[in-house]
Design a protein around this ligand. Structure first.
Ligand code: GGG
Length: 361
């Protein structure tokens, strides 16, 4: 007599809701993910919650405990909500929570896809669904976010500050390979490099040269390059001319907010902070912040968190789950079940419940 055992893969998820609407959209994403795992029955998600937030920092004086990295490394992925509180300077919250995680966990790529979802529209009449379907590949380890510099004569009229951007060939080279591989995986196979190499003649020129050198290994990918200021105009006026975009830490952060707004709302856009070598857990978070102005009212758009959750399960090898979740999200937006930022009148709970019902169908 033989017994067939079916093995269900268990993925351990470290969940950090963070601040403001981060707690609301994370709770919504967990509800949707739990529904998904029950509906498919092919994998399990084991969530551990970490109370690492600005509220906790104000109460106890720290965001993360000394062994935070060891704690996170016990997990397969990190799901993050948002960081930022009116009661803590933003550079304190960022540099004590999200940035140490990205840097220590070797999450050197931040992937930010954007497209216009079914049943939604761009605020610009010239931008139609299908015209805007981009993936922004953001350098996530250095550049303008190197943290180098200092200030003297602080809080006096003689204050002098330096904010040093560091660009290394090693970091640009590995990022470019990731960006070219991303472009290669997409139907259009087109990659646009964004810099400011006319004015910034050292680091940005190193970006140009490294891009050109890596391009030689990917003859199937067509390329072009833009200065970041002109890129904003092209995104607005010629969205269909773009596909995959690679840019620095700061430029890509700014461009991805613009991209999300052009696609309908910053509330829909996901991001994946990836360690492509998979030596550490990667982290998934909507690109939006903590939105203190609407926090606690139950009106935040959970779609950016759902899309981030879909990217997380895809990274964990659960392709079918990712596709099922995104299909459910788009059935719901198509049916007009949308929050106010997308022109609807629904709230976090009703959108979440509608997505769960679609998954269960
Ligand atoms: N969910 C992402 C979040 O909370 N972002 C806040 C923020 O300003 N992050 C800075 C960054 O991504 O560079």
């Amino acid at each position: 007599v033989s017994t067939i055992h079916s093995v269900t893969k268990v993925h351990r998820i470290a969940c950090i809701p963070g601040d403001g609407i981060g707690t609301e959209i994370t709770e919504a994403a967990i509800q949707v993910l739990t529904t998904l795992q029950k509906a498919l029955g092919t994998f399990e998600l084991d969530f551990t919650h970490f109370d690492w937030s600005s509220k906790a920092y104000l109460e106890r004086g720290w965001y993360m405990p000394p062994d935070w990295a060891d704690q996170l490394r016990k997990h397969d992925a990190i799901f993050f909500g948002a960081v930022g509180s009116p009661d803590v300077p933003d550079h304190i919250s960022l540099w004590n929570l999200i940035l140490p995680i990205r840097k220590t966990m070797n999450q050197y790529v931040n992937v930010r896809p954007t497209r216009i979802l079914e049943g939604t529209t761009s605020p610009l009449a010239n931008v139609k669904r299908g015209d805007l379907d981009w993936v922004i590949v953001r350098e996530n380890s250095e550049g303008e976010y190197s943290g180098q510099g200092g200030i003297s004569h602080e809080d006096t009229p003689n204050a002098i500050a330096t904010e040093v951007s560091i660009f290394t060939h090693a970091a640009i080279f590995r990022l470019m390979h990731f960006a070219f591989r991303t472009a290669l995986s997409r139907p259009r196979k087109h990659l646009t490099l964004v810099t400011k190499s006319n004015a910034q003649r050292h680091g940005m020129v190193l970006w140009d040269k490294t891009f050109a050198a890596v391009a030689a290994s990917y003859p199937a990918v067509t390329t072009d390059k833009m200065l970041v200021d002109a890129m904003t105009v092209r995104m607005v006026l010629q969205p269909s001319s773009l596909d995959t975009i690679v840019a620095t830490n700061l430029h890509a952060d700014i461009l991805s907010d613009l991209a999300a707004a052009l696609a309908g709302s910053i509330g829909i856009a996901p991001s994946s902070n990836l360690d492509p070598e998979r030596g550490n857990p990667s982290m998934f978070e909507p690109i939006h912040g903590s939105a203190p102005d609407i926090a606690g009212r139950g009106v935040a758009n959970p779609v950016g968190a759902f899309w981030s959750a879909a990217e997380m399960v895809r990274w964990l090898g659960e392709e079918k789950a990712a596709d099922t979740l995104m299909k459910a999200v788009e059935e719901v937006t198509k049916a007009g079940v949308k929050t106010k930022d997308l022109g609807g009148s629904e709230n976090t709970k009703s959108v979440t419940e509608a997505v769960c019902r679609e998954i269960e169908k």
